[in-house]
Design a protein around this ligand. Structure first.
Ligand SMILES: NC(=O)c1ccc[n+]([C@@H]2O[C@H](COP(=O)([O-])OP(=O)(O)OC[C@H]3O[C@@H](n4cnc5c(N)ncnc54)[C@H](O)[C@@H]3O)[C@@H](O)[C@H]2O)c1
Length: 331
């Protein structure tokens, strides 16, 4: 039985804690402690999950309250809880992106050099059935050598305007392209080398959220393949779903396309057609983390991927402001 501490009791923290309450998780995991920098959120979560409301981060990680923590603080606030949990010998599942600065990402990777526990980024799409299937197709040589990727992952404007109070401290790059960049390096085993990006701040800024409306990025990889990516935070509310995700690979002998926009179910009403998100990876991903915790031994692969993912996004944001092609830093 893995005793979880939930750090950050917002949308994702509560979602994961509720998932851990499902009967199928019950014999394997429990939520023992919760912590949020907003004490009213800690108290509400504690009463919902029958867990201890911790007043400080220190209280979650020290002592013998929990075996693992799930970190779901805003994009730029992962470092402190991550380092505290690693230092205390706890298993860690940290939300993507690993960090939003090279300094944070380097410190987090360095803390895992002599890893005694499981430490992973929540790269959920690695458990997403369509991408699992795509990885097998690539491994079996069905598309030959991957030469280029074209993908977009976007949200409706509700996400930056209504859901994320910290949207102006993040971008659709940090929030969304982090997922897509990990999918590519996980599928192809490549390392990103250079990036060129353009984007505008216009519509969201007018509505009080100072962040990019959209970002276009061209990423080069160390096998000379390229990825062309788009992410937007201004899709219209009438889209019928929060997320649009399309992923296309061109290989030397074949192509492959994943459409995660329309997920097999279409519901049409008098005013709206919607596509409920039915193909979810959250359950399989959490079970995989629990299994790793039970096995007890971690690798640094996930955190190292997190470092290169952050390095790509740091370079991307530099390119957005400089207008130059930017080299991606190494660990
Ligand atoms: N894997 C996915 O598919 C997925 C989906 C959505 C969000 N995310 C990621 O999850 C993370 C959280 O996103 P969210 O949508 O739940 O945000 P949120 O704003 O709903 O929740 C964040 C919570 O963290 C708390 N908090 C802020 N600073 C803190 C600190 N220093 N210590 C403790 N608590 C702190 C806030 O009070 C808030 O309750 C982000 O990194 C986001 O990118 C991942």
């Amino acid at each position: 039985m893995i005793r979880f501490g939930i750090i950050g009791c917002g949308i994702m923290g509560l979602r994961q804690a509720r998932q851990l309450q499902d009967p199928e998780f019950q014999p394997h995991a429990t939520v023992s402690a919760v912590y949020d920098s907003d004490p009213t959120r800690s108290r509400a979560a504690a009463s919902e999950f029958g867990a201890k409301a911790c007043a400080t981060l220190e209280e979650v990680v020290s002592g013998d309250l929990v075996d693992a923590v799930y970190i779901a603080t805003p994009d730029d606030a992962h470092r402190e809880p991550f380092l505290a949990a690693i230092d205390s010998g706890l298993a860690v599942l940290v939300e993507k992106p690993l960090a939003t600065t090279l300094d944070d990402a380097r410190a987090m990777l360095a803390a895992c050099k002599e890893l005694r526990q499981v430490a992973e980024v929540n790269w959920g799409n690695r458990w997403h059935i369509p991408f699992v299937s795509l990885k097998s197709a690539i491994a079996e040589g069905e598309v030959g050598q991957v030469r280029s990727v074209k993908a977009w992952l976007s949200n409706t404007q509700e996400v930056p305007l209504k859901m994320l109070s910290w949207a102006s401290r993040s971008t659709c790059g940090w929030f969304l392209l982090s997922h897509v960049f990990d999918v590519t390096t996980w599928l192809t085993g490549t390392r990103p080398t250079r990036v060129f990006a353009r984007g505008t701040k216009d519509l969201l800024r007018e509505q009080g959220v100072d962040t990019y409306d959209y970002i276009h990025a061209l990423v080069e990889y160390d096998d000379d393949s390229t990825g062309l990516y788009e992410s937007s935070w201004i899709l219209p509310p009438g889209l019928g779903r929060l997320v649009d995700f399309q992923y296309h690979i061109m290989g030397s002998t074949g192509t492959a396309t994943v459409d995660l926009g329309h997920q097999m179910v279409e519901v049409a009403g008098a005013k709206l057609t919607r596509w409920p998100r039915e193909v979810s990876y959250a359950r399989d991903r959490m079970f995989a983390f629990i299994e790793a915790c039970n096995a007890g031994v971690g690798t640094t692969e996930s955190i190292e991927s997190g470092f290169y993912n952050t390095a790509t996004l740091v370079a991307l944001h530099e390119s957005l402001t400089s207008g130059e092609v930017v080299e991606i830093a190494s660990a």
